[in-house]
Structure formats: structure tokens, C-alpha cells
Design a protein around this ligand. Structure first.
Ligand code: NIG
Ligand code: FE
Length: 405
């Protein structure tokens, strides 16, 4: 029988990230694509007899990993916050700055003022920086609009990026990110407005894939977060949560209770929160860029999460205030150096477990027959090199849906 493939990559080393541990390595391998999906992979000397491909590529011995997934970003925003960076270096805290109307609200002002076109133009270089490092799937949150019009504008720009660039975009509604000035002192009324109008309207427009909130003393309470989750549930949308970043609010357990896809940050996560996440399979998304940039000292409980069997993901948290980071490879390195993940855990964290955090793990996140042919060719000696060097980009080629980008 002749197997007709659209394309075949030979002479490659595969880090499939499939299976329960390790990189799922296949040395001297090959990978074949048909109709945008992985049709075959294995050792080159096991290629089926009589196979045939329209195009055959010589990988030159390169390593291939799944396409990388940045599962937590606020990459669409206007303006920057470099003055606040300087203020913090002079001793002011993130919370102090937020209390003075800076922080998230200063980006809200800039994002409201920007036209849709400007917002797109400003965000594009950041997205391109991630794509250059092999990112093929990107989560993008709203949350710098805090009114229907601007949240919609952000989410439309996110959708546009997914249409125009070689990247799969998953949008997350983060209306409960901060209290907008027009609702000062009336947080419950703001949450009621999100639940009654903003979220249902945006969901109706097809702009929302998941729902997030900032559950924190400077954000929203667990009770307010729960109201947002109830609305999401009613609309059939999965939830995730900025939880336990600056204090323990019991947010991770709340997210788990609502079958949250992920709880993110987690520096102040309690043992009860870990148990709740483990029971529900909620992914722990670690954001070492924010930990680094805020010069935090309290580490997320990685050892306990690992022992409890909670899947660990890693993301850039790309945002103008706490993590102006557009390198997924640097996030990987920081996850290792700061949080003591192994390079293999870090790579799993930006592939398979990141896919889990977006509920896309049946389609992407590992190299397996039937999954989408999103993969990256790297000029490296071994997979751990991706987490090892700082500032070198060894990405040689990106393949998305079987097509070389
Ligand atoms: O993930 N924690 C809340 N949200 C962002 C920060 C957003 C901002 O400061 O603009 C975060 O760190
Ligand atoms: Fe965030």
C-alpha cells in the first residue's frame, strides 16, 4: 500500500512530549503530515515500506518539539509602564502604585484612548517576538478596557491576530481585572454589570473562549469572583483564575470547584488549595516573569504541587506592569532557575500542560498521530538547551498545521 503524505521531515530528533514522563524522545526520527495533522512519526528506519510524500524535507539532524504554547498573556495593551518600574526600584510596591490609581488602571486609560488600529499596531511586535521563538498557540486576555466597548475592542484585536498571523489565539475575558474609576467604591455594582451585560454580550459576539478574574486584595474578593464564575458557567464558558499572587484568598480552590482549567501565579497557595487543584485536575500556571519583575521572594509551592500530581504549566504573563516579557524561552529558563522546575518540566509546561490549561490537549501540545501538525525545528544538541541559554533563539523553522511558516 502506498501512503500518500503531504509532507515528510526526515533526519530529525523528536521530543514528542507524549507519554507520562520524559521528553518522549525519538532519535533519528521522521514525522509525516497529512491534511494538517500528524499522520505518522517514529524512527526513520521504521518508516513504512512504500511510503510516499508530496514533499520531503531533510531536517539536518534538528530537534523537533511541539509548537510552543503561551497560555497566559495580556499581550494586547496600549502604552507602557516604565515609570512605574522606576518607582518600584525606588521602593514603592505594586500595591502602593495601584492604590494611587496607577498600575492596571494606567494601562486601562491608555487602552481606552487607543483606536482599534493603534492597539493592533502596538501589540503586533510583541506577538511577533513570541512567534519567532516557536509559539504557535497564544492565549490573550482582555482586562484593560473594563467597559463593554474597550473589552470588545481588545478581544477583536486578539481575534484579528489569530486570523492574520500563523498562530492559534484563545481569548479570555478578564473584565474582573481591576475596578474601573467610574465604579470607584462600587465593586459589587461593577461585578453585577459584568455578569448582567458585558460578559453575555461579548460571549454572544463569539469573542470569548474562557473567563478569568483577578482574585486579590487589590482585585476582587472570592465572593465577587464566584459571581463571575457562575455567569461563565451559565454561558458554558470554562474559567481560570489569577489566584494567590500576592496573598492567599482561597482562589485556587474556588477555581477548582468550578472545574477551572487553571489557577495562575500561586505564590501564596495553601496546602488546601493544592489538594483542591489536584482533585479537579486544575493546571498550575507558573508565571516566573511576574515573580522576577516584582522581585517577589515567596516562591510558589512547586515541590508540593509536583508531589500532589498537579500539572505544571509555564507562561510569560506578558503585560506592561508586572511582566513585560515577550520571550517564552526566557520564561522557561526562569521557571528553572527561580522555581526549580527541571528543563523537562519547563518544556512540558509550555507544550502539553499549557495545552491542558487551554483545554486544547486533545488537539495540540504533543507530537502524536492525529494531533495538529504544529511543530518547531531547533538547532540544539538536546531539548534541555531550550531552557538553558538566555537570549539565544535557536528556532530554525516553525510548522503550523503542516505548513512551513
Ligand atoms: O498577571 N495580576 C494581575 N494581572 C497582571 C498584571 C497586570 C498589570 O499590572 O497590568 C498579572 O500580573
Ligand atoms: Fe496575568
Amino acid at each position: 500500500m502506498k501512503l500518500i503524505w503531504d509532507s515528510l521531515w526526515r533526519n530529525v530528533q523528536l521530543a514528542t512530549m507524549a507519554g507520562s514522563s520524559g521528553y518522549g524522545e525519538i532519535r533519528d526520527g521522521a514525522i509525516a503530515v497529512r491534511d494538517g495533522k500528524i499522520a505518522w512519526l517514529g524512527a526513520e528506519d521504521e518508516l513504512p515500506a512504500g511510503h510516499d510524500a508530496a514533499v520531503t524535507h531533510d531536517g539536518g539532524g534538528a530537534w523537533i518539539t511541539p509548537g510552543l504554547i503561551d497560555c497566559h498573556t495580556h499581550i494586547i495593551h496600549a502604552g507602557d509602564r516604565s515609570e512605574e518600574f522606576a518607582l518600584r526600584l525606588n521602593g514603592m510596591s505594586y500595591q502602593d502604585i495601584a492604590a494611587r490609581g496607577g498600575g492596571i488602571l494606567s494601562t486601562v486609560r491608555a487602552t481606552r484612548a487607543a483606536s482599534e488600529q493603534e492597539l493592533h499596531r502596538e501589540s503586533l511586535p510583541r506577538v511577533r517576538a513570541l512567534l519567532a521563538e516557536g509559539v504557535t498557540t497564544l492565549e490573550i486576555k482582555s482586562g484593560y478596557g473594563l467597559d463593554l466597548e474597550t473589552e470588545a475592542k481588545m478581544l477583536r484585536v486578539a481575534r484579528r491576530i489569530g486570523r492574520e498571523l500563523p498562530v492559534t489565539v484563545r481569548t479570555t475575558f478578564l473584565g474582573a481585572h481591576a475596578l474601573p474609576p467610574e465604579y470607584a467604591g462600587r465593586a459589587d455594582a461593577y461585578i453585577a454589570e459584568i455578569c448582567r451585560r458585558t460578559l453575555p454580550v461579548l460571549a454572544e459576539q463569539g469573542l470569548v473562549d474562557a473567563v478569568d478574574a483577578f482574585c486579590e486584595t487589590i482585585g476582587f474578593s472570592p465572593a465577587q469572583t464566584e459571581r463571575v464564575f457562575e455567569t461563565a458557567q451559565r454561558l458554558g464558558l470554562p474559567v481560570k483564575l489569577h489566584a494567590e499572587q500576592l496573598s492567599d484568598q482561597g482562589g485556587a480552590a474556588l477555581a477548582a470547584r468550578y472545574h477551572g482549567l487553571s489557577a495562575d501565579h500561586l505564590e501564596h497557595l495553601s496546602p488546601a488549595g493544592i489538594t483542591a487543584m489536584a482533585q479537579r485536575g486544575t493546571v498550575a500556571v507558573l508565571l516566573p516573569g511576574a515573580f522576577y519583575f516584582l522581585r517577589e521572594t515567596k516562591l510558589p509551592p512547586v515541590t508540593a504541587l509536583r508531589e500532589a500530581g498537579v500539572p505544571l504549566a509555564v507562561a510569560t504573563d506578558c503585560n506592561p506592569g508586572t511582566s513585560p516579557l515577550t520571550s517564552i524561552l526566557l520564561a522557561m529558563n526562569m521557571a528553572c532557575t527561580l522555581f526549580r522546575l527541571t528543563p523537562q518540566e519547563a518544556l512540558t509546561g509550555i507544550t502539553l500542560n499549557a495545552a491542558r490549561a487551554l483545554d486544547l490537549h486533545s488537539e495540540i501540545g504533543s507530537l502524536e498521530v492525529g494531533k495538529r501538525a504544529d511543530f518547531v525545528l531547533w538547532e540544539i544538541e538536546r531539548p534541555a538547551d531550550l531552557a538553558y541559554r538566555l537570549g539565544l533563539n535557536p528556532c530554525r523553522a516553525v510548522v503550523r498545521g503542516g505548513v512551513v511558516v
